[in-house]
Design a binder for this molecule. Sequence first.
Ligand code: AMP
Length: 288
Amino acid sequence: MRTLARAASMQSQALSWRRSGHKIALVPTMGSLHAGHASLITRARKAVGPKGQVVVSIFINPTQFSPTEDLASYPRSERSDITLCKRRGANALFLPRLDEIYPDTNNVPFSTYVTEERLSQSMEGQSRPIHFRGVATVVSILLNIVQPTHAVFGEKDFQQATIVRKLIRDLKFPTRLVVSPTIREPDGLAMSSRNTYLTRRQRPHANILWRCINTARKAVRSRTTALTAPMLKRKLTRMIESTPEAELDYIEFFNPNTLIPLRRIQRSDRIALAVRFGKTRLIDNGKL
Ligand code: AMP
C-alpha cells in the first residue's frame, strides 16, 4: 500500500491509473477507523475488482466543523488506521496536510466553497449550519484529486450520502456513488469514531437511537392506517427523555429522495435522529 501526502502526487498517480484503464474507488474518511470504515474498503474493492485501485483518504476536514464543535478533540489514530487499510487491501492511503487541501494561492487564503442548497436544509443542516458546505467542498476537492470511478460512502450518514449523490450529478463528476450499509455494535449502536467519547455510564444507554428506529419501524409496519409523524415523535421523545444522560437534538421522518420532513409516514420513508450524551453527539437513521 502506498501512502501519499501531497495532493499533486496523488492526482498524478490517479491520472496515470486512469490512463492505463484502471478503475479507482475512493473511500473518504476522517480517520480513527473502525469496522464501519473497513466495510467501506471491502465494498470499494468489490466495486472496482481485483485490478482496480482502492484509495482511502484520511483528512479531518475543519470546514465542516463549527467553532463550537469537536475539531480539536476529534480522535486520531494514524498508526492503527494504516494497519487497517493495509489489512483490508487498500492500494493507497491519501493523508494530506491541511494546506494540501486548503492552500493559500499567491498569499490569498482558500476562498472557493461548494454549497448544495436544497437537501442540506433539514436535519443535520439545521443543527449544524455550515456542516454540509464543508462536506460538499472537501468531497469536490477529493474527487478532483483522486479522479475516482466510484466513491463509497456510508448509509450511517444518509443525508451526507444523498447530498454527495446530488453534488456528483449537479457538477457532473464522472463518478458513481456507492452507499454501503451501517455497521453496528452487538447492541445496535452504530459504529462511529465519536463513540470513543462516551463514558462507561453513558455507553449502555447509547443504543437508544437504534431502539427508537426499531420502535418506529414496528409502529409503521404493524399499522394499516397511516401514522402521523407528530404521534410517533412524541412516543420516541418520551423514550429518549427517560434514558439517562440522553438529550434529544432532532427526530425526523423524511422522504429518502427529497429529504423533506413528512407528516404522514409510509413504509418507503426513513427516520433520522440525533441525540446528545453530554458533549457527544450521536446520529443514526434507518428505513421504516
Ligand atoms: P467519518 O470518518 O465518520 O467521516 O466517516 C467516513 C465514512 O464512513 C462516511 O461515508 C461514513 O458514512 C462511513 N461510516 C461511518 N460510520 C459507519 C458505520 N458504522 N457503518 C458504515 N459506514 C460508516
